[in-house]
Design a protein around this ligand. Structure first.
Ligand code: AHR
Length: 339
C-alpha cells in the first residue's frame, strides 16, 4: 500500500516537473519563432478597401526619423489611406497621450515606434483593450509586459544586437584589436540602445585589448552627443576609439574631438550605426570609419504586413529588416541614395 502511494507521489512530481519545463521552454514572442496564436485576444483587423491608420513617431530631430516618417506618409498616400500622424517630440508621456488620442479617434490600426521599452508597453496594452491592433515599428517593448501575437501583432525592424556586433567587429579589425573606447549610448530604456550595447559588449568579451573606458547616453541626438563627448574627453584624454549608437551622435562626437584638437579617423577611430547622408559624407571625409546600416524606410513593409494581418496570415513575432554596411569601399556609391 505504502509502495503504491510512493509510486503515485513520484508520478505526480514527474508530471508537475514536465509541465514546469514545458512552460519554461514556451516561446515568449521576443524570439525569432512564430508569434503565439491569437488566443490571447489580439484584436482582429477587418478586410476593407481603405483604412484609417495611426502612426505614432518618437521625435523628428534627426534625419533617420524624418526618413521613416516620409516613407510611412508616402506609402499611406500611395494606398489612399487616411494617416493620423503624431510626433511625441522625445517625450514618453506625450507618446502615451498620442496613442490615447488615436484610440479616441478610432483608428483601425496603430503603427507605434515606441520611445522606450517599458512605458510604451502599457500603451500597447491600452490599444489592445480598445480593440485596436498595434504593429511595432523599429523599436520594441518590454517582453515581460507585452508580447507579439498576444498583445501586439508583430515587430518590424532591425536586429540591433547584430548591429552592435558588426560595429565591434569592424572596430576590432580597424584598430588591430587594441582600443580604448568611449561609447555614446542611445536613449535610456530604448531597445536599440539596450541591444546595440549588448551586441557590442558580447563581441568584446574575448578581446582583451579592446576596452570600453567610458559609456554614457547621448540620447540619439547630435547636440547631446557632442556635449557628452566633450565631458568624457576631459576625463579620458587617452581615448583611441568611439562607438556611437547612431550617426547623429557620431557627427556630434567628431565635432567634439576636433574641438579638443584630436584628428578623428587618425588619433581616434569612430564607428557608428544608421547610414545617414552626413555620416556617409564623414566616411568620405575620413572622419568616420564606418556605419552599420539601420534602414528607416519602413513604409512598404509596414503596410504590407498590416494587410497580411487583415488577410488572416500567420505572422512571425519579428520581421527583421536586412541591413547593409558602409565604409570607405562603398560610401561614394551609396551617397546619392542616403537621406
Ligand atoms: O530606433 C532606431 C534608432 O532611433 C536610430 O538608430 C536612430 O537614429 C533613431 O533615433
Amino acid at each position: 500500500m505504502r509502495l503504491r502511494r510512493s509510486a503515485l507521489l513520484l508520478a505526480l512530481i514527474t508530471l508537475f516537473a514536465t509541465m514546469l519545463a514545458a512552460c519554461a521552454q514556451a516561446p515568449t514572442g521576443g524570439g525569432a519563432g512564430p508569434a503565439p496564436a491569437a488566443a490571447g485576444g489580439l484584436p482582429a483587423l477587418a478586410k476593407k478597401d481603405t483604412y484609417k491608420v495611426g502612426f505614432s513617431q518618437v521625435e523628428s530631430n534627426n534625419p533617420w526619423r524624418i526618413a521613416q516618417t516620409e516613407s510611412m506618409k508616402a506609402e499611406a498616400a500611395r494606398l489612399g489611406y487616411e494617416l493620423v500622424y503624431t510626433d511625441a517630440a522625445g517625450s514618453e508621456a506625450k507618446q502615451i497621450a498620442d496613442v490615447d488620442s488615436m484610440i479616441a479617434q478610432k483608428v483601425d490600426v496603430i503603427f507605434l515606434a515606441p520611445r522606450s521599452e517599458k512605458p510604451l508597453a502599457q500603451a500597447v496594452l491600452k490599444a489592445k483593450a480598445a480593440g485596436i491592433p498595434v504593429i511595432l515599428l523599429d523599436r520594441n517593448v518590454d517582453q515581460t509586459i507585452a508580447q507579439a501575437g498576444r498583445d501586439y501583432v508583430t515587430f518590424i525592424g532591425s536586429d540591433f544586437i547584430e548591429e552592435g556586433r558588426r560595429a565591434a567587429e569592424w572596430l576590432d579589425q580597424a584598430t588591430g584589436g587594441n582600443a580604448k573606447i568611449i561609447q555614446l549610448e542611445g536613449t535610456v530604456g530604448a531597445s536599440p540602445a539596450i541591444d546595440r550595447a549588448t551586441g557590442f559588449a558580447n563581441y568584446l568579451k574575448d578581446k582583451p585589448g579592446m576596452t570600453i573606458i567610458a559609456s554614457q547616453t547621448g540620447d540619439f541626438a547630435r547636440d547631446k552627443g557632442r556635449q557628452v563627448m566633450e565631458t568624457l574627453l576631459q576625463a579620458n584624454p587617452d581615448v583611441t576609439a568611439v562607438y556611437t549608437h547612431n550617426d547623429e551622435m557620431a557627427v556630434g562626437a567628431i565635432a567634439a574631438l576636433e574641438a579638443a584638437g584630436k584628428v578623428p579617423g587618425k588619433d581616434v577611430i569612430v564607428v557608428s550605426i544608421d547610414g545617414t547622408k552626413d555620416a556617409i559624407q564623414a566616411i568620405l571625409d575620413g572622419t568616420l570609419g564606418a556605419t552599420v546600416e539601420c534602414n528607416p524606410k519602413f513604409g512598404p513593409k509596414a503596410f504590407e504586413t498590416m494587410l497580411a494581418y487583415a488577410n488572416g496570415e500567420q505572422l512571425p513575432a519579428k520581421i527583421i529588416n536586412p541591413d547593409r554596411f558602409f565604409d570607405i569601399k562603398n560610401a561614394a556609391e551609396y551617397l546619392p541614395e542616403a537621406y
